[in-house]
Design a protein around this ligand. Sequence first.
Ligand code: BGC
Length: 384
Amino acid sequence: MNKSLTLLGAMLAFLALTACEKTEQAILDEPTPPKQTQQQPSQNKINHKQIKAPSAAPRKTQPVSKSVFVPPKSVLMPKPTPLTIKRCMNLGNALEAPNEGDWGYTIRSRDLKNIRDAGFDTIRLPVRWDTHAQHRPPYQIDPNFMARVKTVSSGAKAYGLNVIIDVHHYESLMSNTAREEARFLAIWDQIARNFSSAPNSVFFEILNEPTLDISMEELNALYAKTVPIIRASNPTRKLILGGNSWNSIESLSLINFPKDANLVATFHDYGPHAFTHQGAEWSKPEMPLGRRWGGKADAAEFKDTYKLARAFTAKTGIPILVGEFGVIDKVPQSQRNAWVKMRRKAMEENGYAWCAWDYSGAFKAYDTKSETWLPGTLNALFGR
Ligand code: BGC
């Protein structure tokens, strides 16, 4: 009797393990179409590299034992808590410029009001910390700069908006990770301590658009060191993590998420790059204007992007934020709107939070000269 029960148990365990392995295998074997290079920081400050496939992730197979069922890693992860962000606007071109205003835009409190009144619940605040921090220990962040970020953040809070604070354009970290690591960790320690008593409407995004200069192995190692540093002063704040290749969808499944219930996964959606970034002077080679969205290849790219995102969710259950998506303002407005609406609806249908790129700047949704939202923009972002 006991023997047959043990045998039955062993068979069930084997079947469960085989099923888990099959699912994992199917996901690992998904074809990952090569993506176009994401745009690098504006103002031509970055070397534009040829896209390479993201470095291969170590295969995560479970140890197979004949007698003991070892649950897959995802079962051992704490259950991810839900994400309160739904509809977000990037407030770029301000705090990631060398000095706020250098790129023609300074955040005003009326912008926060506009964003809130339009129906967004969150702003994403790209911040270039590394140009405002010392190069030697203790790598102190300029207190005036820290104060400015705090002011914008509490301004957003006053309008009932969540705030995502990121580390944007830390180029030397990508190109020289070993040299910059201590400085990066010290920067995060300071941000974390400064916002430790902020409400949970403040989110941290560890690193915007890691390029291909940093491998996934290096990036995962960096995440493994950064998360505990932030957790020391912010035990439950939501942390947003993306993969390399400019937060490509393909790199999402290569992130080793630390065991933590308050994590969010992010990718950026600018597909196809030749459409969304046409005429962008900072994209090398510059892509010609006049490219329209459509045809079989574009439809396949769209389908594949969200198929990969769904596979990630099925495997991990970690909530997804599409942290940037948009089309350059050199494209006719009606085409921009159509692309944004299509992508945004796909994000919502799949249950992802989204963050439009961008309020002001080359991908703008709002015109600060006429003080109006560009025609059709709000319908593209909120309409059915
Ligand atoms: C960069 C911007 C750029 C946008 C679109 C962002 O991550 O910071 O400079 O315009 O991506 O490529």
